[in-house]
Design a protein around this ligand. Sequence first.
Ligand SMILES: Nc1nc2c(ncn2[C@@H]2O[C@H](COP(=O)(O)OP(=O)(O)O)[C@@H](O)[C@H]2O)c(=O)[nH]1
Ligand SMILES: [Mg+2]
Length: 367
Amino acid sequence: MRLYLVGGFLGSGKTTAITQAAQIFIEQGKRVGIVTNEQGKHLVDTAFLRSKSLPTLEVTGGCICCHLDDFNERVDELTVRYHPDVIFAESVGSCADLVATVLKPLMKLRADFDQPTSLSVFTDARLFYRYLNGLELPFSEEVIYTYEKQLEEGGLIVINKSDLLDEKKTAELLPLAAAKYPGKIFRLQNSLKASQVKEWLELLDSPESSQPRISMDMDYDRYASGEKRFCWVDREIKISADDQEKKIHLLNIIQRICRKLSGQAYSIAHLKFLLDDGRENIKFNLTALDDLDSKFEGFSDSLRALKGSTYSLRINAMIEGPLEAIEENIDTIISSELNSEGIDYSVLSGFTRVPGYPKPTMRIGNS
Ligand SMILES: Nc1nc2c(ncn2[C@@H]2O[C@H](COP(=O)(O)OP(=O)(O)O)[C@@H](O)[C@H]2O)c(=O)[nH]1
Ligand SMILES: [Mg+2]
């Protein structure tokens, strides 16, 4: 059984690439299992992957590194239920130190994984460009420490969303990256394209794919101070919108929350919505560097395609900013938008947390 561990910053495109990759393997006749991982409890990604009939289990409420036993249990469960040939594991985007706390421990604990296991580190091309050029970044220094450490430990860095960077910037980026990180493999990728995701998989299975085996020096106090700046807010609501007119309020909720939390007091690591009518779903995902208006183009058309009368709306917000304000804004927008029109809704579940101090289950340094 082959493990593909996919790390990298929040919103960099890990789930998108895994979704494509899983479908590619399935078309090739392989059996696939996926483990998602977030700080929250009611994950948009899990619901999305399952809606595509991809066998998916999750580690929630913290990262794989600090919940390695849970991760192992999920892998065992996937093995018993689906007999996978390959497993994709996505780590929380605010997580680093995966070589020492996940890869090395798994090599020790699990005889059923083919060696070597692979680690890809994803980054949004636009964020990486800004970082390498010393331009202003949308997150605090504490959070950027984790981003830097993710890049440091990756042998293969997938510079994802390459389609969102113009040619001139792309041409500048690669030499800068090679100069700062000698020896690493950089791969420009548009994960919305299956052909490019297929090439990534081929690279991971090729001998030139460089796999990191060195545990980094990691300042856990600094890492923890970055983690603490994030707030996670989950909501899942059920809404009756039995005529087309009412659906506009679902769109308004998503749009208003995005606008509010794009304000100065916040940095959006990710803001994800999954709207499901029981048969089909649409996903909306905003990250700090996205232009909201252009992201919304097309989204209202997708909403029109949903035909149900009852919807569930799942919201996952991972945001740098004050927790109470984030929660209050989300809840106020939901209630004001729906109450003003007398639309029935109920809150199915909710969850809020600020990640705690990272305490890996097992950490293996360099011997
Ligand atoms: N244009 C473009 N968008 C992408 C690409 N990969 C992911 N996205 C979008 O980026 C957002 C975040 O992606 P997601 O896979 O959820 O990121 P994750 O948090 O790393 O799992 C989503 O809106 C995706 O559709 C890409 O290569 N190009
Ligand atoms: Mg994801």
